[in-house]
Structure formats: structure tokens, C-alpha cells
Design a binder for this molecule. Structure first.
Ligand SMILES: C[S@@+](CC[C@H](N)C(=O)[O-])C[C@H]1O[C@@H](n2cnc3c(N)ncnc32)[C@H](O)[C@@H]1O
Length: 309
């Protein structure tokens, strides 16, 4: 048992079961606490892993790996890292990050991970678990991502924004939050996306008459797929237009998740005006101009590119 697991076991007094099974060889969870993974119900009490849990663990572990690279370049605004995770769910990501960033619970050190989640029972569960584990750097807010920027309990600036499979437009809300909070970096793995597909569907007949490009979304399955693809392309352009350098990559192998696109954004302060212009051109091409004030409001501000056109 590693020192970390011994520390964890000591904090988990009622759980006297030995951390029996080692994690599978193909999972590189160096230093990851077996006891924490049991508490999160990723591992069974016997230390076993089912297929679903294995998938989730892979996703979280890979994302943590990318996030650690982002953190290495961050100079926290308030001296210690602040991170807001949107659509936190059971907060796997938050707990694993806490365990990595503040091994041994981190009492006395600064820094906070905020979990933003609409389902109250998940918030309660996460609060209880954090209290039981003595994870001192976690706060959980039972609010929608769209309301998070106005939430009094959050600091004016946040270093890092994450969203792992936050449903539908919650990823857009996380981006809006990140911009409002001047996030130094964002790590976003979008989930299912319905908004753009719904808009495409509405104007399908008109678009089919107007442009052969509309063949790309004539069939319902294609409407959904291109809607999802377009959504992420627009998100990337928006981030670039707002002073971020963007990288798009796979989170894990496609066999582990269909929702596998990872958007990494690093604040550079270089506002790419061509990206804003491209975004607006794409909205016009696809008949999606109605989304401009809703999802890309910064482009409507005075001096933004293409406001007149
Ligand atoms: C697919 S789960 C992902 C949970 C977690 N991030 C993970 O990967 O294990 C999506 C979570 O986002 C939450 N959610 C959906 N819409 C939200 C919103 N607008 N604001 C905050 N949370 C939201 C859901 O309740 C759910 O717990």
C-alpha cells in the first residue's frame, strides 16, 4: 500500500478493508489512491473495476493529465489555484484532482476546486464525501452553469475552468463563465449538443433550396452530427476571438467514449479578429445568426470584428 493510501485509509476509519486489488496494468494511475477510488464507487470494495468504471476512470485520468499541464503554466490570481468544474456530477474529476494537487487533504494550503451542479442530491453526496475524506479544498454549488458567473460565492476571477461531459449547452455556459472570470485556461469535453442541430432542423427546407451545402444536414442523423461538429467549431472560434489559443484533441481512444473531443484553451491575450469574423460567416452560411447574441455576445460588443457586417 502506498503512503497515500495509508493516509487515506487512516482518514477513512470505518473502512478497514485492505486495498487489495491493484489497478489494471494498462491504466497508468501512478500514485492514485485506491481508497479514494473505492469511496467514489469507481472500484468495488474488493478493489475491482467494471467496464463502465474503467471507461470513466480512463477519461478522468487522461483529463487530469491534460489539466496538470495547464496548471503548470498558471500563475494563480490569488496566490493559490482556483478551479471551477461545470456539470460536476459525482465530482470524480474534482476528487481525483484534489487528491493529486493536495495529497494528504491539503489542510493549511490555499486553493479551491468549485463543483457546479444542478442536481441537489449529487451536490449533497459530494459535500458529504469531501467532509468525510477531509478534503479541505472543495466547495459544491447547487446552481446551473449559466448562473455561475453571477454567483456571489465565487471569486471575481478563476484560474481554470473545466467541463467534462456537461450536458448540451452547459459547455457554452462554462465558456461564458470562463470569459467572465478571465480564466487562464479551460479544459472542455463537450457532451451531446442539441441546440445547433435544432436550429439547423428548423431552417432545413429553406437552406436546402438556398445552398447545396444543406445536403450535409438533410438526413436527421447528419443533422445531429453536423450540429455537434459545428457547435464545437464555433466554440473554438469564439475562444480564439476572445484571447485564447485553442488545441483540439482526443481525450481517450474512441473505443472508450463517443464524446471524446477535448478542447484546451490557454489565455494569451491575443484576440484573433479573423476568428470572430469566421464565426460570424459560419453562422450566416448555416442560417444560425440567431445564436450570435445568445452564445457569442462578446462579438456584439463595440469594436468587435464584423459587428456591422
Ligand atoms: C454526463 S454528467 C457528467 C458528470 C461529470 N462531469 C462526469 O464526467 O462524471 C453531466 C452532469 O451535468 C449536470 N448538468 C447538466 N446541465 C447542467 C447545467 N446547466 N449546469 C450545471 N450542471 C449541469 C447534470 O446534472 C450531470 O450531473
Amino acid at each position: 500500500m502506498s503512503r497515500r493510501d495509508r493516509d487515506m485509509s487512516a482518514r477513512l476509519a470505518p473502512n478497514k478493508a485492505p486495498a487489495a486489488a491493484a489497478l489494471p496494468q494498462d491504466l497508468a494511475w501512478a500514485g492514485q489512491s485506491v481508497e479514494l477510488l473505492k469511496e467514489l464507487h469507481i472500484l468495488t470494495r474488493e478493489g475491482r473495476l467494471n467496464q463502465d468504471s474503467r471507461r470513466k476512470l480512463k477519461q478522468v485520468d487522461h483529463l487530469v493529465h491534460f489539466i496538470e499541464q495547464l496548471i503548470a503554466d498558471i500563475r494563480p490570481y490569488d496566490g493559490a489555484l482556483t478551479l471551477a468544474d461545470h456539470g460536476a456530477g459525482k465530482s470524480y474529476l474534482g476528487f481525483v484532482l484534489h487528491d493529486r494537487l493536495w495529497p494528504g487533504s491539503g489542510d493549511g494550503a490555499g486553493g479551491v476546486i468549485y463543483g457546479i451542479e444542478t442536481r441537489p442530491e449529487l451536490v449533497t453526496r459530494s459535500r458529504d464525501l469531501a467532509a468525510r475524506l477531509g478534503f479541505a479544498h472543495m466547495r459544491f454549488l447547487n446552481i446551473a452553469a449559466a448562473d455561475a458567473a453571477q454567483e456571489q460565492g465565487l471569486p471575481a476571477r478563476i484560474d481554470l475552468v473545466t467541463a467534462l461531459h456537461a450536458c448540451d449547452t452547459a459547455t457554452d455556459d462554462a465558456i461564458a463563465f470562463g470569459l467572465a472570470k478571465q480564466a487562464q485556461a479551460m479544459a472542455l469535453v463537450p457532451c451531446c449538443q442539441a441546440e445547433v442541430a435544432a436550429c439547423l432542423r428548423q431552417s432545413k427546407a429553406l437552406q436546402l433550396a438556398r445552398t447545396p451545402l444543406a445536403e450535409l444536414w438533410r438526413h436527421p442523423l447528419h443533422t445531429r452530427e453536423i450540429g455537434s461538429q459545428l457547435t464545437n467549431v464555433l466554440r473554438c472560434l469564439y475562444l480564439e476571438s476572445q484571447g485564447y489559443q485553442v488545441t483540439v484533441t482526443e481525450l481517450v481512444g474512441w473505443e472508450h467514449s463517443l464524446k471524446n473531443e477535448l478542447i484546451l484553451a490557454r489565455q494569451t491575450g491575443h484576440y484573433k479578429h479573423t476568428a470572430g469574423a469566421r464565426l460570424r460567416a459560419l453562422l450566416a452560411q448555416f442560417g444560425l445568426q440567431g445564436l450570435l447574441p445568445v452564445r457569442y455576445p462578446q462579438l456584439l460588443k463595440e469594436g468587435a470584428v464584423g459587428v456591422a457586417g
